[in-house]
Design a protein around this ligand. Structure first.
Ligand code: 13P
Length: 294
């Protein structure tokens, strides 16, 4: 399947302000029965703890100003769930700041072993103990730059679940795979290998993020209709692995150059339940507008 690509203007000024329409809380769950989940993956940013806390404080201050805008509360299914993924050293202090706003924190990854001589690795128990609710698994940067295999990703997904946290499993095709027209095959293979052995019961805690690799950090965002088709396809894979209930209840985010300009179109799609945002989540005003999608 070929996806059409829309070039999104990436030259957004960091100082730009986005107005938010005050529409009152939106009950997206009435539409599709899935709680929207918006996540900010800070990757290896910002450079210092002070910068990270500034970003978290700035984001919360903007949300507090947006009275009556989209209600954010991870524990209330009628509200949008928001999760931040800071680098490991900043997780605890960022959580202290954002939890008052009903925002969760997560870890950008864990190792699948419990403890031991694994220099530079972080265990699931560690991130659980500092309050992480979610863990990213299978991000394309880990697959490409750190040789994370589907076997290892599967072990990590299961380890995250074992420790009572929720994996966000990232899948998606590279530019070459997109050019070959094998998006569906790649997504089906990754979903089936990375979720192998995960029970139907545990699937309620699994979120999938469809992140076409060619759209990550490039300013190219997958056309909303085309992304929606991939999300629908992923649901057919889940239906075969599990059943229709799992296929329809699993939340699937889109990730790849999401901006305040593209979020509303993406979130209007029937099978897109949220966004996993990289670059734009490093700007408090952009991310505040994104989580307050219309
Ligand atoms: P960008 O939003 O910077 O393209 O990053 C997407 C991503 O990789 C989120 O995990």
């Amino acid at each position: 399947m070929k996806l059409s690509i829309a070039l999104i203007a990436s030259a957004l000024s960091s100082a730009s302000a986005f107005t938010t329409v005050n529409n009152g809380p939106r009950f997206i769950t009435e539409l599709n029965m899935r709680q929207p989940i918006m996540a900010g993956n800070w990757k290896m940013n910002p450079a210092t703890e002070a910068d990270a806390l500034n970003l978290a404080n700035g984001f919360c201050a903007l949300l507090n100003e947006m009275q009556g805008a989209c209600a954010i509360d991870s524990d209330n299914p009628d509200c949008t769930e928001v999760v931040l993924f800071p680098p490991f050293p900043f997780i605890s202090k960022v959580k202290d700041i954002v939890q008052k706003n009903g925002i969760d924190v997560g870890a950008q990854g864990v190792y699948y072993e419990d403890k031991g001589a694994f220099t530079c690795s972080v265990a699931a128990s560690m991130v659980k103990s500092v309050g992480c609710e979610y863990v990213l698994c299978g991000h394309s940067e880990r697959r490409a730059l750190f040789s994370d295999s589907d076997v290892n990703i599967n072990s990590k997904v299961k380890k995250v679940l074992e420790f009572g946290m929720k994996p966000i499993l990232c899948v998606g095709e590279t530019q070459d795979e997109y050019d070959l027209g094998i998006t569906q095959e790649v997504c089906a293979m990754q979903v089936s290998k990375d979720l192998a052995g995960v029970s139907k019961k545990d699937m309620k805690d699994v979120v999938i993020a469809y992140e076409p690799v060619w759209a990550i950090g490039t300013g190219l965002v997958c056309d909303a209709d085309a992304a929606n088709e991939v999300h629908k396809f992923i649901r057919t894979v889940l239906a075969k692995m599990y059943d229709d209930e799992v296929a329809q209840s699993t939340r699937i985010q889109y990730g790849g150059s999401v901006t305040p300009e593209s979020v509303d179109g993406l979130m209007a799609m029937s099978d897109i339940d949220g966004c996993l945002v990289g670059g734009a989540s490093l700007f408090a005003d952009k991310f505040a507008r994104i989580v307050n999608f219309d």
